[in-house]
Design a binder for this molecule. Sequence first.
Ligand code: ATP
Length: 235
Amino acid sequence: MTSGDTNGTTAEPLLAARDLVKVHGRTEALRGASVDLRAGEILAVTGASGSGKSTLLHCLAGIVRPDAGSVTYRGERLHKLPEKRLSALRRTDFGVVFQFGQLIPELTALDNVALPLMLAGTDRAEARARAGEWLERFGVRGQGESRPGEMSGGQAQRVALARALVTGPKAVFADEPTGALDSLASEQAMTALTHTARETGTAVLLVTHDAQVAAYADREVQLRDGAVTPLGVAA
Ligand SMILES: Nc1ncnc2c1ncn2[C@@H]1O[C@H](COP(=O)(O)OP(=O)(O)OP(=O)(O)O)[C@@H](O)[C@H]1O
């Protein structure tokens, strides 16, 4: 793994955040954060609790608009897009997974993974067939007919990862995806995520406070007080 911020990039990044500022009430969550996510790379964003990691992820994923600065996605000003266009882009090009997978509790694992395909217009039978293949990839095919409450945390999280990747997004945003898992389940989920992302050329922005999880990334940037700092700089 190499470290670095926005320097040393030769290829055009997939996503580029520049000088992001985001204020929540009286808290400046981001104070001039800049970072690139390159196509196909797995980038870990680390930093202390409250340093702004989740806020940075939300801005890059187009979930939250920054108060200042810019987010450029393949040449488009993401933060300036109208809401309708932004949500359409999020559906086709981005996948997200959070600490608690946020699967729909009433649906089986298979239907949870099939849903994004159906929302994109795939018919139910085809969507379920493809969802089954993705459950297989993540080692949870056997849980296809289980509802989230009937699975272990690790299984549910692998289903959530399959759901994030099933539509073939260009980027997946994972916010502490293993934060609620024990070390074995965490290892299984991270191995499945990174293998699949590398196989499919999907970029992953991985927010974590766990050095073992960050070690799965190709590159790491660290946030401190809402800005990206070079790795290894003492507080
Ligand atoms: N919706 C919000 N309303 C008010 N304050 C917020 C909100 N979201 C984040 N904050 C504050 O902004 C700062 C940065 O939060 P953020 O969640 O981005 O950090 P983080 O590095 O992801 O933290 P953690 O590792 O604890 O999840 C924190 O002080 C947090 O309390």
